[in-house]
Design a protein around this ligand. Structure first.
Ligand code: RP5
Length: 162
């Protein structure tokens, strides 16, 4: 199976990335994590992206906050699918990072999830890999069914909570 590459702009983004790592682990998807910044270590971020396909990655998740250019900078240097996670910073509740990540110019797409959306980033990465992996697709179907059953359990009990 292709691996998922996870890059975060700072180790302060780790709580968001942990949510992605937990999902990938639960689905049995191999991944590799790095701290590379578009601004502080641009050469390393670029090299990672340039070599990602050759190094066996199938999709890249990039998380950053504030002036969040990491996902775009990674996407500029690979044609692998890149999923951007805007991370909440000290101002604007992450709206700054959301707009920085999502507003990519035509030609260099970044699939952007919600602010701090680490879990959905991992699930989207899994769905991309599952296009060519029936076993992984079955795991995702099973997870959807389990999650739906949990909601229906809550539906049963909701009236008694009022
Ligand atoms: C971004 O700046 C990082 O992705 C992080 O979200 C934010 C703050 O970084 P630190 O100052 O905590 O290292 O580049």
């Amino acid at each position: 199976m292709k691996r998922v590459g996870i890059v975060m702009g700072s180790d302060s983004d780790l709580p968001v990335i942990k949510k992605a790592a937990d999902q990938l682990t639960a689905l049995g998807i191999p991944f590799e994590i790095h701290v590379y910044s578009a601004h502080r270590t641009p050469a390393e971020a670029r090299d990672f992206a340039l070599n990602a396909r050759g190094n066996g990655f199938g999709v890249i998740i990039a998380a950053a906050g504030m002036a969040a250019h990491l996902a775009g900078a990674i996407a500029a240097n690979t044609t692998l699918p890149v999923i951007g996670i805007p991370c909440q910073g000290p101002v604007m509740d992450g709206l700054d990072a959301l707009l920085s990540t999502v507003q990519m110019p035509t030609g260099i797409p970044v699939a952007t999830v919600a602010v701090n959306g680490g879990a959905n980033a991992a699930l989207l990465a899994a769905q991309i890999l599952a296009v060519e992996d029936a076993e992984l697709a079955a795991k995702l179907d099973a997870k959807r069914a389990k999650d739906a059953a949990a909601v229906l359990e809550k539906d049963k009990g909701i009236a008694e909570r009022l």
